[in-house]
Design a protein around this ligand. Structure first.
Ligand SMILES: *[C@@H]1O[C@H](CO)[C@@H](O)[C@H](O)[C@H]1NC(C)=O
Ligand SMILES: *[C@@H]1O[C@H](CO)[C@@H](O)[C@H](O)[C@H]1NC(C)=O
Ligand SMILES: *[C@@H]1O[C@H](CO)[C@@H](O)[C@H](O)[C@H]1NC(C)=O
Ligand SMILES: *[C@@H]1O[C@H](CO)[C@@H](O)[C@H](O)[C@H]1NC(C)=O
Length: 491
């Protein structure tokens, strides 16, 4: 099986061995603006680099990441400001003696001397916040802490840079005042306006990846803020997608372990307090009573159960089936209400599944004789991180020549195996993918393609036919035996 590329993989983290380190003189940053949008499980960081070429013929621009920042970033993407096309991104080999990582962005066209460009680097950090205090009472508020580095590092000199840290509400409890940065300061080191804390502007910063800059000036800043939404993690998602040509059906089943990563509940849970709060619509922000999920349109036989059984308090509004090219424009809306409200530190394990018409996500290419099926990696849950996922795609019996295209790496460790169910004669090929720390940005699809011969198509009806025939024969035999016994008795 060879994974084939139907479209270019947009975000590639490649270890290029023969990389040349950027010389500090090839660019200057006329301005760097970093905006950090604080959240719970996810923190969204957008950094704009206004760059100017100091040489002719520049093809790549180098971005530096502090070690911790790199570890926290689960997704990143570089674009030219105002354009849609994602630029190719390559990770340079990590130098263990340095405290930063370098990432190379391939520019859309070669830059010549004095030409300028605005690059936008977007990233999502996961597990970057923690509750502080670590435990609160059921009716109390929830506050989180977030750490970052004061300066955006760069191998090039920077004329001016600033960092804006935005909270969802203006209720920021505290923030760090930087120390010993007078050489770069104009007025104040930090200001707060409403929900935004601004570090900078800081002027005339030398190339900051140097060994002299980091120990002297780089420093952590900590923001402590109230957060008005539960901090949700999916500790584990096991999605199993089963393609059936015989029933023209696509079955999706998710086994989910949900976790509230907010502050731990201090003392006991009181359902009465919770109901009173719910009545006054004042449920504390660290309590998760329900979630809204957008499932595909045209689904049927949806089910939702936990360890105890059916959960009947959830409601599903099914949107009618739409053709393939309009997929994603309409959703069935599931108001998912766990059996109990999920408090800080608590887990809730449940299973959610549905059937969908196969033609809504499959197509047949007559020229190659291949079926192509689109398999979504996840159902996005706003603001949540999926710590780990195992995605299994079970293909029809007799599928051969299996190929797939995955939107980003992580799927590279796909395994092919077989899955055997009742009435399968030879077992069904299956693909397994493993992922870590997925965010809503990765709510994309894997495309699986395969061939099924006519003989294989017929196999299942034959298998079913054989089963019926066997039962029928058994019945006949039993009846005859009874008859014989009966007759014996009579005689
Ligand atoms: C590039 O810009 C510098 C500084 O503004 C200027 O002195 C120089 O003449 C420019 N060079 C070209 C080729 O435009
Ligand atoms: C669960 O609910 C569905 C739909 O309401 C029903 O068809 C099914 O029999 C129920 N299952 C159990 C185990 O109660
Ligand atoms: C939630 O699940 C995690 C991982 O399985 C476990 O470590 C933790 O103890 C669980 N929490 C509770 C309250 O059961
Ligand atoms: C066997 O025959 C008896 C007498 O006719 C009948 O009552 C019984 O239901 C039969 N059993 C089966 C398994 O068909």
């Amino acid at each position: 099986m060879t994974p084939k590329c139907w479209r270019s993989v947009p975000f590639l983290l490649l270890l290029s061995i023969t990389s040349v380190f950027a010389s500090s003189q090839s660019f200057e940053n006329t301005a760097i603006v970093r905006t950090i949008e604080l959240g719970g499980s996810l923190v969204h960081v957008t950094t704009t680099f206004a760059i100017r070429a100091l040489e002719d013929g520049l093809k790549t621009y180098t971005i530096a990441f502090g070690r911790e920042e790199k570890e926290k970033s689960s997704w990143l993407e570089a674009k030219v400001k105002g354009q849609q096309e994602r630029l190719e991104v390559k990770e340079l080999p990590f130098d263990g003696s340095k405290d930063h990582h370098l990432i190379e962005v391939v520019l859309p066209k070669t830059l010549s001397l004095n030409k300028t460009l605005n690059l936008v680097l977007e990233s999502i950090q996961t597990h970057a916040t923690y509750p502080y205090p670590a435990s609160v009472g059921q009716n109390e508020e929830q506050a989180l802490k977030y750490h970052t580095d004061l300066f955006v590092l760069s191998p090039y000199a920077t004329s001016v840079q600033r960092t804006k840290i935005k909270s969802r509400t203006p209720r920021v409890i505290s923030y760090t005042t930087p120390q010993d940065i007078e050489p770069f300061m104009k007025e104040s080191a930090v200001t707060k306006t409403g929900a935004t804390v601004v570090y900078g502007p800081y002027d005339n910063i030398p190339p900051s990846t140097s060994s002299s800059f980091i120990p002297k000036y780089q420093q952590p800043v900590v923001i402590h803020y109230f957060h008005d939404q539960p901090v949700i993690e999916l500790l584990d998602l096991k999605r199993s997608v089963e393609i059936s040509h015989w029933g023209a059906n696509l079955n999706t089943e998710d086994k989910i372990t949900l976790h509230n990563a907010g502050p731990q509940l201090k003392g006991h849970f009181s359902r009465l307090d919770h109901q009173t709060q719910a009545y006054y619509k004042r449920v504390a922000p660290h309590v998760l009573p329900a979630m809204t999920l957008h499932l595909p349109s045209g689904i049927r036989n949806a089910y939702y159960y936990d360890l105890i059984g059916n959960v009947s308090t959830s409601r599903l509004r099914v949107a009618p089936s739409v053709p393939k090219d309009k997929q994603g424009t309409q959703f069935s809306v599931l108001d998912l209400r766990p059996r109990y409200p999920l408090l800080g530190g608590w887990n809730y394990t449940f299973t959610l599944g549905w059937d969908a018409p196969l033609q809504d996500s499959a197509s047949y290419d007559r020229s190659t004789g291949r079926y192509i099926v689109e398999v979504p990696i996840m159902t996005p849950i706003l603001g949540a991180v999926i710590n780990q996922e195992e995605l299994t795609v079970i293909l029809p019996e007799g599928a051969t020549d299996v190929q797939f295209v995955a939107p980003f790496p992580g799927a590279a460790d796909a395994l092919i195996g077989t899955h055997t169910t009742y009435l399968d004669t030879t077992g069904r090929p299956k693909l397994t993918f493993h992922y870590k720390d997925l965010t809503v940005k990765q709510a994309e699809s894997i495309f699986v393609s395969y061939k099924v011969s006519w003989a294989a198509h017929l196999k299942k009806p034959v298998a079913v036919g054989t089963a019926f025939f066997s039962l029928f024969s058994l019945g006949m035999i039993a009846r005859r035996m009874n008859l014989t016994l009966h007759q014996k008795k009579v005689s």
